[in-house]
Write a protein that binds this ligand. Sequence first.
Ligand SMILES: Cc1ncc(COP(=O)(O)O)c(C=O)c1O
Length: 389
Amino acid sequence: MFLQQHHHLDRSPSKTACPAVVRDAVPASMRRRAAAAIADWPDHRPTPLRSLAGLADESGVESVQYKDESLRSELASFKALGGAYAVQCLLRDRFEDATGSPVTLEDVERIRHPDLAAAITVVTATDGNHGRSVAWGAQRFGCGCVIHMHERVSVGRQTAVEAFGATVRRVPGNYDDSVRAAARDADLNGWLVVSDTSWPGYEDVPRSVMAGYTVMSSEAMDQWPLDAPPTHVFLQGGCGGMAAAVCVDLWSRLGTATPRFVIVEPASAACLHDSAFAGAPRAVDITTESIMAGLSCGEVSLIAWPVIDAAVDDFLTIGDESIGPLMRRLARESSIVAGESAVAGLAGLMAAAADPGVARRLGLSPASRVLLFGTEGATDPEVYRRLVE
Ligand SMILES: Cc1ncc(COP(=O)(O)O)c(C=O)c1O
């Protein structure tokens, strides 16, 4: 297993207290509100943190803990926490505008304004999981939903979104083209965009999405089994929203004891790596789709970038070849259902550990305690079966 590229930022190995640019990207009040609202969802249950002792041994580190998001509700991905929660927040704001009186997130959850909800349509682009979360939220809270998918998203992922009552529109091009198509259609039709990525002038909704994601890292910290916090977190990157949310949460919580953050991306969609190299957001025009569909994004989320720029120490890119074998290993050795994008962090760890120069620059040692987020299960069962069986 080998790395395609490694970009190491020469930061001091010890971190300062969490700077405002990180902490305030998703303010503590927003994180608390998201945690309270999501805890109130009837089917909400924390996902387990699993120890991967064999893989820790093999990587030469003390421990590897894997947060298993395959067990995150019926959606089987951490994305359940973001898009659906952002739909809830957006409906609350719209209901307040319409009624002129205060509306709570609980009012939205309990569908106390069904007529107002039914008059609203939310729209987003997706390569699978985010759209599913938005469709799930729209169905639960009683509004309409249109999802844009680019032409290379699998049929299985389309069916999964349609199962929650959303209308799917196929658009030519890649993920970033579908983001633009969704925004255009929203303007034309008076729909509300619920995107997981942000751009100039569009920040509030993706911030709610990120607030939802911090529920995952908060749970991981509540479940962390050791006396000392993690030393390293390997985070798979798409547009960077998930990685940034975890950095905000962990650095705010742990202060100077915050772990080292390492981002792992597919080599074909390494917009975060390229941005770190350039020192400013850079887009990648995706011509080859990675098997890691959820990570196949070519443009960095505007609100994620300052966090990633301040918090992340290393950027790794990997090819697709290690993904199937790692999915198989987790299935056979640990009975974990890990989807294609779920194992990217683990693939980055294994590749770094196998390269003594990179392992040294990352500070990986027998004393390292590694946290991974297994961000999805078999979200496309057909692709999963093909890769694992
Ligand atoms: C399973 C999975 N993991 C990780 C990510 C990356 O998240 P982000 O785009 O916020 O970087 C995604 C994004 O869709 C995903 O579906």
